[in-house]
Design a protein around this ligand. Sequence first.
Ligand SMILES: Nc1ncnc2c1ncn2[C@@H]1O[C@H](COP(=O)(O)OP(=O)(O)O)[C@@H](O)[C@H]1O
Ligand SMILES: [Mg+2]
Length: 217
Amino acid sequence: MVMISFNNVCKIYSGKKVFYDTSINIKKGDFIFLTGESGSGKTTFLRLISALEKPDKGDILVDDLSITKLNNNEISDYRKSVGIIMQDNYFVEDRTVNYNISLPLLVSHRKEINRKIRAVLDLVNLNNQGNKIIQSLSAGERQRVAIARAIIHRPNIILADEPTGNLDQNLSKSIINMLIKLSQYGATVVVATHEFNLVRELQQKIINISNEKIISE
Ligand SMILES: Nc1ncnc2c1ncn2[C@@H]1O[C@H](COP(=O)(O)OP(=O)(O)O)[C@@H](O)[C@H]1O
Ligand SMILES: [Mg+2]
């Protein structure tokens, strides 16, 4: 089943074509490495899927819904089904892990929030670490908290933009393996990276961006 579909998408920034007439399908439950040189359009691709940007031409369907035609209310609803891990993860540094990952759940019931926090901390192997203050965490732990925060709504789609940017090789691998595990639970996961060694080693599906085109391998 197709989860994300780009149909003849063009994206142009002040005269520079990032994507030109690009079509691609990503299946439900896929784990995809999104590769390409710096400046090739990886972040733009993820921003298009999260409806933070609109294409200049063409259409993007997510679970059969055309996300290019949504109004602002519909977009904020849609975003609840997308978990995003950005290049820079902003946290409230002097508050706990629990506080930070429960921020997207503002209006939920306390008991429900605690149950959800326990479940996501378990998934990212940070059981019983919820009371730690963010600024006391290691780089690898911070990245796992970012994943926990992104998945607390149980999103169908998880997008990660260079999530291993400043981690060593072993930590990078464990972060990616965690995201692969989430795809095995049914989420569609797209991870932008330019770490070709990691991509080669982990043997997952690849979408490569070059010369305004997307090539699926
Ligand atoms: N908001 C923007 N305004 C103008 N140009 C942009 C904007 N965002 C990205 N670009 C340009 O689009 C191209 C692709 O950028 P980006 O998607 O960030 O690439 P990557 O993530 O692969 O490094 C680059 O040439 C970049 O300068
Ligand atoms: Mg980028």
